[in-house]
Design a binder for this molecule. Sequence first.
Ligand code: PGA
Length: 252
Amino acid sequence: MRKKLLVGNWKMNKNVLEAKEFVLNAKEIFEFAFANELEIGIAPTYLCLETVKNNALKKLLVLSQNVHCEDKGAFTGEVSAKMLKSINVDGSIIGHSERRMYDNETSLKCNKKIKVLLDNELMPIYCVGENQQEFDDNLTKEVIGKQIQEGLKDLKEEELSRVVIAYEPIWSIGTGKNASCEIAQDVCNFIRNQVAKLSYNASLQVRILYGGSVNPNNIKNYLFQNDIDGALVGGASLQVESFSKMVHALID
Ligand code: PGA
């Protein structure tokens, strides 16, 4: 059985004090989630990783929002997987559309990052998704098929099964225009079938999240879909109250 996973992507929000305040105030809701077999992850900025790690319950997955594919060297502004590992970070978001858009992150570059994370026993959350134009032109599956093929290139079955994939249609991120459950399920099913072409066994284990304007009112519908194992949430993950409402929506 694939364990459900709810991940908050804080993007460039919250300083160290605010991050600490959040995790301390969210302790009870995290405990409630863990007691009910719901896995929770938080992806703060690099600056807040240690604070979140040190102030939260052990079971909370703490993730970075990016990683560099080399271990060390002359890469100004970058952080390696080994460095993340050294402060007990659990994984990293890779290929978020904002990084693809503003930082020229390609799927092939993501492939290297995914491999280095897996080599360091860290969890990659690999984001894929089409933009509005591609959606309108009916190119969603073509775009995502390519992102999956390139991003997951040359991974062994055991490695593939440790990857989490997040389907985030770009047109739904931060817009309030969330994809319908039917669209989200259809694309997540397509993603699982793409993984099955690489390894059938891995496709049964790989967790696929939906992301894009998820909130306490719509989260439950997504999580009831066969191929959706969780959610990657931006805006609605920033306040303890809405985070808590999402957890309750999934468990109550
Ligand atoms: P959103 O962001 O929930 O604010 O739409 C999701 C994301 O970018 O991961």
